[in-house]
Design a protein around this ligand. Structure first.
Ligand SMILES: O=C(O)[C@]1(O)C=C(c2cccc(Sc3ccccc3)c2)[C@@H](O)[C@H](O)C1
Length: 144
């Protein structure tokens, strides 16, 4: 049976592709999911793509990834990246490797986006490449 990759997306990412394409690109989460599924097929992996505007859902899904023995989690926590000690602790609390993903490069943006509680706990971070950030993270996860 193919290993699973959880792809978890945080608040407002359901609006992706509709506004600020100059920052986040014009792909929607569905577009990104399709791109990941195509590549995952070649890698004998399955993609479980989810989005929530609620921090607790993301925490629950991190726990679920471990309980279901997922190979890895790709996490774009959106604005929770910069505020959530709960996500930091959930990442630290599971064995499943987590890759932090961002469409933009938060370090090149407003100061309030320079903190990453997710990055402090994650295996690594891929940021600033738009939808390709997710694909690069999938390539890394495939090699775990
Ligand atoms: O670059 C990212 O992927 C990021 O995680 C994504 C974010 C994000 C995600 C969704 C929406 C918005 S702002 C927005 C709101 C409505 C329409 C388009 C964008 C920011 C930021 O909060 C983060 O600082 C950076």
């Amino acid at each position: 049976m193919a290993d699973s990759i959880y792809v978890l997306n945080g608040p407002n990412l359901n609006l992706l592709g509709l506004r600020e394409p100059e920052i986040y690109g014009s792909d929607t989460l569905d577009d990104i999911a399709g791109m990941l599924e195509d590549r995952a097929r070649d890698l004998d992996l399955t993609i479980d793509m989810r989005q929530s505007n609620h921090e607790g859902h993301l925490v629950d899904w991190l726990h679920e990834a471990q309980a279901h023995d997922a190979k890895a989690v790709l996490l774009n926590a959106g604005a929770f990246t910069h505020t959530s000690i709960a996500l930091h602790d959930a990442i630290k609390g599971i064995r499943t490797p987590v890759i932090e993903v961002h469409l933009s490069n938060p370090l090149a943006r407003e100061d309030f986006r320079h903190e990453s509680f997710v990055g402090r706990a994650a295996r690594g971070t891929i940021a600033g490449f738009g939808a390709l950030s997710y694909l690069l993270a999938l390539e890394a996860a495939a090699r775990f």
